[in-house]
Write a protein that binds this ligand. Structure first.
Ligand code: FUB
Length: 321
């Protein structure tokens, strides 16, 4: 009898232990890409009040179509960088009467309670890409064309003969209240914006950056300006630093390596609740993801004590709670 009782007790102990193991084993959570039911590229994030708003171009190319098909931009919001809420489509290329298509890279910025959305699209009558601006009273839109015409067109920039050098706008307002528009492909341009945010001021200037392809993004931390950009093609992300937004910029090196399964990478850099984030796209969603069916990912960004940036570590886990 005693022997039977011993066997039963030992079997029960083994069972209890394995049950305990099952309870404590943690399932991995893969938060990258952050949105898995839709393709999108060119993430541009805006921190406003207690939320982050993420704007991206909707990649609508069918699986057998190997170029961009993009007619609208999307917006998502989050209060913790982990859970993202999709909102109604806030802006379509058709809003711009001067544009014929291509909802390429863009950025939204807030000034005096209004939200200005700088976009690039193909121009109907001036051959090539152009930059326009839409405005709204809410970060979620609806956005309306602010001026009825493009503010930068291909005929204004003559450094290269390509017709797609006027793309990828990014805007930054410095501490004196001066707004700057940076943009470009092959050549990186910038110009001042008037306080009304819809008119340019002065002349277009050029920044010389090694292997500049496109996707400039400006951010500032502890007295340093950072100009990150897509480097070479297929694209890595590199960056330069300066004490002034007008330069001179000192090249600092590669910030992010090639993004998986996508020849573009396109970053956005923000600080939210005391943490810096690097937001980018890749072609991770299988089986049909790729350069024209992209997905947005987020990983943390860290600084070295001298202000330079640590190389981004792209992860599947992304941002965890
Ligand atoms: O999304 C179309 C183009 O691809 C963007 O304008 C570039 O930055 C690249 O990501």
């Amino acid at each position: 009898m005693k022997k039977v009782a011993l066997v039963v007790v030992s079997a029960l102990t083994t069972l209890a232990c394995s049950a305990q193991k099952k309870v404590t084993a943690k399932e991995p959570v893969y938060n990258n890409p952050i949105i898995k039911d839709k393709y999108m590229g060119d993430p541009a994030a805006l921190v406003y009040k207690d939320s982050v708003y993420l704007y991206a171009g909707h990649d609508e190319a069918p699986n057998d179509f190997n170029f961009y098909r993009m007619n609208e931009w999307l917006v998502y919001s989050s209060a913790d960088m982990v859970h993202w809420k999709e909102h109604k489509v806030p802006l379509k290329v058709s809003e711009f009467s001067w544009a014929s298509g291509d909802a390429w890279a863009s950025q939204v910025i807030e000034r005096n309670g209004k939200f200005y959305w700088y976009i690039c699209a193909e121009h109907k009558t001036i051959k090539g890409k152009a930059i326009g601006v839409a405005v709204s009273d809410s970060p979620l839109g609806p956005f309306k064309d602010a001026v009825g015409h493009a503010i930068i067109t291909n005929d204004m920039t003559t450094q290269t003969s390509i017709t797609w050098d006027d793309i990828d706008p990014t805007v930054f307002i410095d501490e004196k209240g001066q707004a700057y528009l940076y943009w470009g492909n092959t050549v990186c341009h910038f110009i001042k914006l008037k306080k009304n945010m819809v008119e340019t001021e002065g002349e277009i200037k050029v920044v010389d950056l090694p292997h500049f392809t496109e996707a400039p993004w400006i951010h500032k931390n502890k007295g340093w300006y950072y100009l990150s950009y897509a480097y070479e093609f297929p694209e890595k992300i590199a960056y330069a630093m300066s004490k002034s937004i007008e330069g001179p910029w000192e090249y600092k090196g590669i910030l992010n390596e090639l993004a998986g399964n996508s020849n573009t990478n396109h970053q956005s850099i923000i600080e939210f609740k005391d943490q810096w984030y690097f937001i980018y796209h890749n072609g991770a969603i299988q089986p049909n993801g790729g350069s024209f069916r992209r997905s947005v990912c987020i990983d943390k960004l860290y600084y070295n004590p001298d202000g330079t940036l640590k190389r981004v570590i792209m992860t599947s886990e992304g941002i965890q709670n």
